[in-house]
Design a protein around this ligand. Structure first.
Ligand SMILES: Nc1nc2c(c(=O)[nH]1)N[C@H]1C(S)=C(S)[C@@H](COP(=O)(O)O)O[C@H]1N2
Ligand SMILES: [Mo]
Length: 522
């Protein structure tokens, strides 16, 4: 540019370069998040503003959208949410920077609004103390200050760039912004370190093996057709489906865990982990199912759960006969309500579980302790990281998914799934094996029928029943010509109820309809 065209008295340009402005926005937001993350490391990992906003988003997500997310992204739904949030935040940070080329005020205002959003999100978390708002507060302050600081450094660079010392101005901005980057890395890293300092794996390891006084009967080899491609009868812990609202899995040491039992009871009780562990432990083989499971879906798994009968604990508290709900709360504030009748039914065998397939519960499946109630979908029964049990009535208290439009009572519906042939498989002509699973926990499966291309129903062979609280495998075979075919399955439970072909979605109390598999015979 021809500097001679401009008189020397021209004031320094007052608008920052676009790239610099955008960079300031991004760095300030990063500094804000890192500062909040550091404080959250001390006051509680879920207070980290990014996670708190994510958690609130999960809690506020309408059921249909949540259902869509689980259906579309499966267990990656949380990563998709966090990724979407990160992208949004990045764009907002860039926009805030670009709005602030002349003055830092607009960007600071954006940082303040975000801070307030974080404070609201944290203040509304049921699992966080009031001090937890210090984390988003730290973010707010860091965002506003760092924005101003970087802006001043960049503006200073501008005011010197036409003068004698352009290089010095650029160097100062570079120094300041590199300082912010280093600060973000150190602060965020330290926060991450502090958040992970609860040594939950160490606690799990020190629990050692759990030896049930009453082990579950051995699973007979005839209980599954896994050689044909159906699932193994017991699901390995690492393969067990996982559904929960936790972005950060709660880290609770067995040594500090307590369970309170109160409400409409004659006597309040409180248990430590040792109290539970030192009772005679029982082991039960149970199939868990998620209400969000679509027809043919994957959210069903079976394990040997070790724990104490929930009935014994509740009976020891002398429950009021007028109570009908056991309301349970996890350390992260998730709640559910289970019919007391189901908990007290000795035949159903509900557990306060501390072990899964011979190990202490994996952290993501509820360590130190969770509930498992056969025959009820997980959202009305299976509280992980459970810490509070209240004997109450359905009339007086609503739980997490009930508040979001799902049914208050949700027994598992009789269902079946084709696992072999897999969807769109190509199989050789001749005898075609069709096999899968069926379940009607707490009732039992009596019959499974399969048909191909709308032909007559054919009875499948049932595997040995392990107990009424587990899935039952089945297999059959058809002689089929080359071409594409469609197999359908329907189960009948021990109450004589045959699955309806009427398709309903998972909301509000579980999907129905026949599963079908399309495959090609070559
Ligand atoms: N604390 C807590 N417990 C929870 C949930 C949750 O979101 N938070 N989800 C429930 C649901 S919907 C199901 S299906 C089961 C799943 O248990 P799993 O992840 O061990 O398979 O846990 C239940 N327990
Ligand atoms: Mo679920």
């Amino acid at each position: 540019m021809d500097t001679l065209a401009e008189p020397d008295t021209t004031p320094a340009p007052t608008r920052l370069d676009r790239r610099v402005a955008a960079l300031i926005g991004v760095l300030a937001v990063a500094a804000a998040l890192a500062a909040g993350h550091l404080v959250a490391g001390v006051v509680g990992p879920n207070a980290s503003p990014f996670l708190a906003v994510g958690n609130s988003a999960i809690d506020l997500t309408p059921s249909w959208l949540k259902d869509f997310a689980v259906r579309t992204f499966g267990s990656h739904d949380k990563q998709v949410l966090l990724g979407g949030m990160a992208l949004t935040l990045l764009l907002v940070a860039i926009a805030a920077g670009l709005l602030s080329r002349a003055s830092p005020r607009p960007g600071q205002a954006v940082a303040a609004v975000f801070g307030v959003l974080g404070i609201a999100a944290v203040a509304n978390r049921p699992d966080l103390d009031t001090v937890a708002v210090l984390a988003p507060l730290a973010s707010l302050v860091a965002g506003v200050l760092v924005f101003a600081w970087l802006h001043r450094a960049a503006a200073h660079r501008l005011s010197t760039s036409d003068g004698s010392d352009a290089g010095a101005g650029r160097r100062e901005f570079l120094r300041t912004s590199s300082g912010v980057v280093a600060g973000v890395a150190i602060t965020g890293g330290l926060g991450q370190f502090l958040a992970g300092r609860v040594d939950v794996e160490g606690s799990r390891a020190s629990v050692g093996p759990l030896r049930p006084a009453t082990p579950a009967p051995a699973i007979p080899a005839s209980a599954d057709f896994s050689a044909l491609g159906t699932p193994g009868f017991l699901t390995e812990n690492s393969q067990f489906y996982r559904v929960d609202t936790a972005i950060v899995v709660p880290r609770v040491r067995a040594e500090t865990w307590t369970l309170r039992l109160h409400g409409m009871v004659g006597r309040e009780l409180s248990f430590s982990y040792a109290d539970i562990r030192n009772r005679p432990l029982v082991e039960r083989t149970i199939t868990m199912t998620c209400v969000s499971n679509e027809v043919g879906g994957p959210y069903i798994s079976t394990a040997n759960f070790t724990g104490v009968p929930l009935r014994d604990l509740v009976m020891a508290a002398n429950p009021d006969p007028k109570a009908d709900q056991l309301y349970s709360t996890s350390v992260d504030g998730w709640t559910t309500g289970t019919p007391l009748e189901a908990i007290l039914d000795p035949e159903r065998g509900a557990l306060l579980a501390i072990g899964m397939n011979g190990e202490p519960l994996p952290v993501e499946h509820g360590f130190p302790a969770r509930l498992v109630v056969p025959g009820l979908y997980g959202y009305v029964s299976a509280t992980k990281w459970v810490t509070d049990l209240e004997v109450t009535t359905f009339g007086s208290k609503e739980f997490y998914w009930q508040e979001r439009g799902w049914a208050d009572k949700a027994p598992i519906k009789t269902q079946s799934r084709i696992d072999v042939p897999g969807g769109f498989a190509k199989v050789p002509a001749g005898e075609v094996v069709i096999a899968g699973i069926a379940w009607a926990q707490h009732v039992g499966i009596d019959r499974v029928e399969v048909r191909v291309d709308g032909g007559p129903w054919q009875d499948a062979e049932l595997a040995t029943e392990v107990n009424k609280q587990t899935w039952r495998q089945w297999k059959t075979a058809f002689t089929l010509q080359a071409g594409s075919h469609r197999a359908e399955v329907r189960a009948t439970d021990r109450d004589g109820h045959t699955q309806t072909d009427v398709r309903v979605p998972p909301i509000p109390d579980g999907a129905t309809g026949w599963h079908s598999a399309l495959f090609t015979v070559e």
